[in-house]
Design a protein around this ligand. Structure first.
Ligand code: FAD
Length: 326
């Protein structure tokens, strides 16, 4: 049956496809409501579909984004089915402006699937960013770390199986499972709040394991609302905000007139930046902001990498303790 709803062929192509993330995780776009036209329609309120040219839609969407007129983008919603390790879910769920319905470890047996960091992602505590990792991968430690993690998980899994095998309540049996255990949920969010999620979770400061999920979601959004996505790339992901002191420093370097911008002679040293009120860390961040452009990522998804839902359902099913299947 044909639909009169606004749909996007690029989004339709991947609807219901499960994209693998990490070793046992996935993201699937289950459904979506609306596209760029709905953002425009909400902003203009009175227009029907097809009455504007794409160039006008693009201009309006970019204007809305620049001026933070965000409510029209709340008219578009996306619904995902995702599976991720519990420590990723814990960061993800902090985004309160979404709706989540998680797999119940009180009701159901938990698949004993655990996340194992790849050697390339196994790094030391970062020296500068105290809540991150950095430097060359610790390849010589990785094999030992994996062996030790497997021993811990085996013990935790055995304990879980033993408890449910003795009919102890599942809500109690689960409590010693590690943060690496996979969970899953349905997650629904509107476009405005999804942009906020992507801005902080695609960012290089976000933990690698949530970034890889956010990047797949970004690729899905690109197919649902490409013009809104492009505006987010330009104004958020590849853009930057400047504080009062940072702007003042820029004004010392650039003269503005009706014809455009003109470079002024001279330089603004670190000492000068400090006099403008920037702390050492702010100065470091400003220099990094101007020196490095964000990676030129296009977030394109390859549909051939996706799997059908049954692929993951079978994997989860096979990882549920056998004790309950008698
Ligand atoms: C790199 C990084 C490190 C982090 N480190 C930590 C950490 O160490 N510890 C920690 O606890 N969290 C941490 N967080 C989580 C972070 O503080 C936010 O909770 C998370 O990013 C969600 O953002 P949010 O609250 O803006 O989003 P949402 O919860 O989706 O809210 C969206 C917006 O709605 C509004 N809003 C929602 N709820 C309220 C409310 N109750 N009151 C007022 N306004 C509200 C706000 O404007 C908010 O920006 C970290 C996040 C990142 C990206």
């Amino acid at each position: 049956m044909e639909t009169r709803r606004p749909t996007n062929p690029a989004a339709e192509e991947i609807l219901g496809l499960y994209f693998p993330v990490l070793d046992h995780g996935f993201v699937a776009l289950v459904d979506y409501m609306g596209s760029d036209e709905d953002v425009e329609r909400a902003a203009r309120v009175s227009y029907g579909y097809g009455t504007r040219r794409t160039s006008e839609t693009r201009g309006l969407i970019r204007y809305l984004r620049r001026h933070r007129h965000t409510t029209p983008s709340e008219m578009v919603e996306l619904k995902f089915h995702c599976a991720m390790p519990i420590f990723v879910a814990r960061q993800w769920i902090r985004h309160r402006s979404a709706s989540a319905n998680e797999y119940s470890g009180r009701y159901s047996l938990i698949p004993l699937l655990f996340y194992e960091p790849e050697p390339a992602a196994f790094q030391a505590q970062a020296a500068s960013n105290r809540q991150g990792r950095g430097g060359a991968p610790l390849r010589e430690l990785h094999a030992d770390a994996v062996a030790r993690a497997e021993a811990v998980r085996r013990l935790a899994a055995e304990q879980y199986e033993w408890l449910v095998g003795h009919d102890v309540a599942r809500e109690l049996a689960r409590i010693d499972l590690p943060l690496s255990t996979y969970t899953q949920w349905y997650w629904k969010i509107d476009l405005h709040n999804l942009f906020h999620f992507l801005t902080v979770r695609v960012d290089p400061h976000a933990q690698h394991e949530i970034r890889v999920f956010a990047r797949v979601i970004a690729g899905m959004l690109k197919r649902v609302a490409p013009l809104s996505f492009e505006a987010w790339l330009d104004y958020e992901f590849r853009g930057a905000h400047l504080s009062r002191g940072e702007l003042e420093a820029m004004r010392r370097l650039v003269r503005v007139d009706d014809g455009g911008l003109e470079a002024r002679p001279g330089r603004v040293s670190r000492e000068e930046l400090a006099r403008l009120g920037l702390a050492k860390r702010e100065i470091d961040e400003l220099l990094a902001k101007l020196a490095t452009s964000p990676a030129d990522e296009d977030f394109d998804l390859d549909p051939s990498a996706a799997r059908p839902a049954e692929h993951f359902a079978r994997e989860m099913e096979a990882a549920v303790p056998r004790v309950d299947r008698r």
